[in-house]
Write a protein that binds this ligand. Structure first.
Ligand code: SF4
Length: 64
């Protein structure tokens, strides 16, 4: 998160794939719902500190 607290990525996501789970006394970490993410990149290009990286996988591949 590069030390920045904002929710621009969630605001820019049209499919609402990014959610912020509330944490008492801590910064909310964004969570991605893979089923809703289209890979459009709007979250990445909206981030002011380049905290978002999108990795595309071949069809059928599993994340490491
Ligand atoms: S890539 Fe697009 S759909 Fe996926 S989380 Fe980012 S803004 Fe949402």
């Amino acid at each position: 998160m590069n030390g920045v607290v904002c929710r621009i990525c969630g605001d820019r996501c049209e499919t609402e794939a990014i959610r912020f789970r509330l944490k008492t006394g801590a910064v909310s970490i964004p969570e991605i719902d893979d089923a809703l993410c289209t890979g459009c990149g709007a979250c990445q290009f909206g981030c002011p500190v380049d905290a978002v990286t999108i990795r595309y996988q071949a069809a059928g591949a599993r994340a490491a």
